[in-house]
Design a protein around this ligand. Sequence first.
Ligand SMILES: Nc1nc2c(ncn2[C@@H]2O[C@H](COP(=O)(O)OP(=O)(O)OP(=O)(O)O)[C@@H](O)[C@H]2O)c(=O)[nH]1
Ligand SMILES: [Mg+2]
Length: 467
Amino acid sequence: MAIEAKKNSNDTIVAISTPLGEGGIGIVRLSGSESFPLVRKIFECHKSNEPDYPKPRYLYYGTVKDQNGEIIDEALVSFMPAPHTYTREDLVEINCHSGIINLRAVLKILLAMDIRLAEPGEFTKRAFLNGRIDLSQAEAVIGLIRARSEEATKASLRTLQGMLAKTVNDIRDRIIEVRAPIEAEIDYPEEFMDELPTIAATQIELLAIKDKLETLLQGVTRNRAYQEGVAVAIIGKPNVGKSSLLNRLLGDQKAIVHELPGTTRDLLEGSLMLGGYPLRLIDTAGIQGSDDPVEVEGIKRARSVAAEAQLILLVIDGSLPFDPDIVKMISPISGEQRLIVIINKSDLPQIVTADQVKKQFGEVTAVSVSVLKGSGIPLLEKAVADGLDQHFGELSDSPILITFRQEEILTEALLGIRQAERALLSEPAEITSLLLQQVWLTLGQITGDTAGDDLLDRVFSQFCLGK
Ligand SMILES: Nc1nc2c(ncn2[C@@H]2O[C@H](COP(=O)(O)OP(=O)(O)OP(=O)(O)O)[C@@H](O)[C@H]2O)c(=O)[nH]1
Ligand SMILES: [Mg+2]
C-alpha cells in the first residue's frame, strides 16, 4: 500500500552505532548514496589505488584523517552497496577503537561534510521505508535490544523473522475472502443469489477469524512477563522465614534474618530468573497486629505489594500450630493472582500438614521446605515456574506479541469482528462489509501497511541512536 509516509528521504545519515564507553570496538555507521564517496575522503588505505577498490563487503584497514591530514584513528572499514544492506541503501561501517573522543572526532569530520546526524531509529526506519522489513519486524528489533530474558529474545526473533506479519496478513486475506461475496451481493444481488454463502457459513468464517485474533492476544501477558518481569511477593506472619527464603532463592544474604519477630520493616527486592521468567522477588514485613508505627507502615506496604503481585508466596511456619487468621491476611486474592503456600521449617517437628493447608485454601499448591537446610527448594522453584506457565497460558509456536501498540490494534480488530458478527444478523450487508473493511485497515497498522506518519514517528522514536 503506497502511502505518503513511505516516501523516503535519501540524504546520507551518520551515527555512532555502539554505546559510548570503553570497549573493544566503536562503530560509526553511514547510510545513503553519499556514504561511499564521503568515507573515501577521510579514510586512507593502501589498497585505495587498486582498480576494484572498494570491493563490496571487504574489510579494509587504514587510517581516518581530518581536514589537516592529521590521523584521528586507525580503522577497519567495510563498504556495503545497496540493496543488500540493513537499510537497503549504500552503507559504510567504520570500525574504530572504542574511545569517546576518537569516535566523536570521526563523527565530527563527517558532519562537517554533506551529511547529517541520524535520528534515533532512522537506520531501521529506512529499512522499513525501503521495504526490507515491515513495522512488526522493526518493533521486534527494539524488543531484541531490550530483551531481558532468553524467552523474550526468542519471541522477538520470531517476530523479526516475520511470523507476526505472516499471521496478521493471513487474517487480513481471510477478511477479504469473507467480504468478497458480501460485496457481490450488494453490487449484483440477482446474479449471485444462488452462489452466495449462507449467513451461517459467514458466521463460521468470522468465528475462525475471531479465534485467531484471540490466540494472538493471549500471547500478550506472557510476553509482557518475559519483557517486564513478574512481581512475586513473599508474605506471611513474622518470623516464619520470609527473608531467609528471599536470601535462599537469590543465593545471597541480601535481607537481614533474625530470630526476633518483626525484623523486616521495609520492602526488600531482588531479581532472579526462574523458568525463563525474570522475577522481582519482594520480601515484606511480617503481618501481625502491632502498635509500633514503623511496623504498622511496613505491614501496610506488605499488603499493598501483595495486592499488586502476580504471584504470592505465603510462608507459614510448619513447626507451629496453624493460624487460620492467615487466610484473612492474604484475602482478597484477585483472579489475576496466583498463590503458593510454603510450609517452612520442615527440619523441625511438623505440626501443620499439607491437608490442613488445602482445607483452608482450597486447591492451592503447597510445598514443604526447610529454607534453613535448603531441602524442598528445587521443588518450590519448579512449583513457581509451573504456576507461572499455567498463569500465562500454553506457550505455542504462534508469534508472540511484543508491544502495547500491537495489543491495542488487535483488541480494536477483535471488537470490529464482534460488531460485524452482530451486523451480519441485524443490519444491511453494506454495514457488515464496511465493518470488515475497517478491521482489515486496522490490522494493516501492525505491519505498517496502513500506517501514517504519526504512527511511524511513535514507533521509531523508541529506538536508540545509531540503530
Ligand atoms: N529451623 C528453621 N529455622 C528457620 C528456617 N527458616 C528460617 N528460620 C529461622 O527463623 C528465624 C526468622 O527468619 P526470618 O527469615 O528473619 O523470618 P521473617 O519471616 O523474615 O521474619 P520477619 O522479618 O520478622 O517478619 C531466623 O532465626 C531463621 O534462622 C528453617 O527452615 N528452619
Ligand atoms: Mg524478614
